[in-house]
Design a protein. Sequence first.
Length: 187
Amino acid sequence: MEKAVPAIHFRPEVIHNPQTITSFLRLHRSLESRGSRLRRDSAVAFFFQRLLSQHSTPSIAPPREGDEDFAVNRTKKFLDEHYAEQISLYDLARLTRLSPYYLHRSFCRKVGMPPHAYQVHVRVSRARAFLRRGRSISDAASAAGFVDQSHFTRHFKRLTGVTPGRYLRLEQECTRRRGPQALTSLS
């Protein structure tokens, strides 16, 4: 038997709340920008989660906290194995049999970042391995699932502190100085 969801009622101040308006505009910009579907889905989930928690009447009880470890671990494993694919939050929700919003919230709480950020970390890690094996920057970016080289470079630098080109030069210096075993020290 299906359970009916009660009506959602918002407090009147939601329309005039500057933080909500700013959050909505940020969501709108992120939906228009290029990037992964998982990132866009996560942005929607985050916005509506905050909207409901901050501005709705308490007519909807939040989901009970349960043992989400299995779902989160399954999501992480799936993202580790399918890092280069375009994955939606809804795909992950079907995989774990949780709602997209509950999975997003659980993943953030357990891992410390949303699923799309985790996927970016995995992609950068894989791209670093591709670069160490001698693949070109554009080939490593494409193989790791980045939509273009500038997207790749931005995330790579944010996570490693250097551009992919600089990373390659540092790798080559290490190889010349210490031999092939030095490559594993930068990982």
